[in-house]
Design a protein around this ligand. Structure first.
Ligand code: IMP
Length: 193
C-alpha cells in the first residue's frame, strides 16, 4: 500500500480522510512520522499556506505529502474570516469564540451567503499539484447541532435544512469542501504510476 503523509494532527480530519480514501493509501499523520513541531502557516492565501505545509514535510522528511488549508468565506464580510478562520477571535483558536464573533458581526445582516473553500497541496517527489473544493451555503443566526468541529454549527449547506453539525459525518464528507477537494486528490492519485 502506498504511504502518504497528511500534514495534520487533527483527529476529526484524519478520520474524515481515512473514510474518504477508502484504504487506498496508508495515511500517516504528523504524529506517525514523529513531526511534533508547529508547521508555519504564515501566508496571505489558502494556496500559499497549503503549499507551505506540504513542502515543509517534503523538504524535511523527503516523504510524499499533502496538506490542506480551509477558510470560511462570508460574502457580507468581504470573504472574512477566510485564511484567518482558525484564529478569527484570537490565538487560542476557540471554535466557540470564532462562531460568536461571526454571529455578532452578522447580527443585522440579511445576506447570509458563505462558502467553505479548501485547498489541498499535494507534493509527490518534490512536484506540487493543488486541488480546490467549495461548498456553498448560509450562515445561520444561531448554533445548531453538536457534531463536527469549527464553524459546523452555524453553517447550513445549500440544498439541506440541517447545519453541518446536525449531519451524519458520512453525509457531510460527501458534500463538504474537503470532501470535494479530496475527491479530486484521490482521482489524481489513482492515475499516478
Ligand atoms: P484548516 O485550514 O482546515 O485548519 O481550517 C481552518 C479553520 O477553518 C479551522 O480552524 C476551522 O475553524 C475552520 N474549518 C475548517 N474545516 C471546517 C469544517 O469542515 N467545518 C467547520 N469549520 C471548518
Amino acid at each position: 500500500m502506498r504511504k502518504l503523509v497528511f500534514a495534520t494532527n487533527n483527529d476529526h480530519k484524519l478520520r474524515e480522510l481515512k473514510e474518504l480514501l477508502n484504504s487506498e493509501f496508508e495515511l500517516l499523520s504528523l504524529n506517525d512520522i514523529g513531526c511534533s513541531e508547529d508547521i508555519p502557516e504564515t501566508g496571505p492565501t489558502l494556496e500559499i499556506n497549503a503549499g507551505q505545509k506540504s513542502f515543509y514535510i517534503w523538504d524535511k522528511y523527503l516523504l510524499n505529502c499533502f496538506a490542506d488549508d480551509t477558510g470560511l468565506e462570508i460574502e457580507a464580510l468581504s470573504n472574512e474570516p477566510g485564511v484567518y478562520s482558525a484564529r478569527y477571535a484570537g490565538d487560542d483558536k476557540s471554535a466557540t469564540a470564532n462562531m460568536n464573533k461571526v454571529l455578532e458581526k452578522m447580527a443585522s445582516e440579511t445576506n447570509r451567503k458563505a462558502q467553505f473553500r479548501c485547498v489541498i497541496s499535494l507534493v509527490i517527489d518534490g512536484q506540487e499539484k493543488q486541488f480546490e473544493g467549495i461548498v456553498e451555503g448560509q450562515i445561520l443566526t444561531e448554533k445548531h447541532g453538536e457534531a463536527g468541529f469549527g464553524y459546523d454549527p452555524i453553517f447550513m449547506p445549500d440544498g439541506y435544512e440541517l447545519s453541518f453539525a446536525e449531519m451524519a459525518a458520512a453525509d457531510k464528507n460527501r458534500i463538504s469542501h474537503r470532501g470535494r477537494a479530496v475527491e479530486k486528490l484521490v482521482g489524481y492519485l489513482k492515475h499516478l504510476k
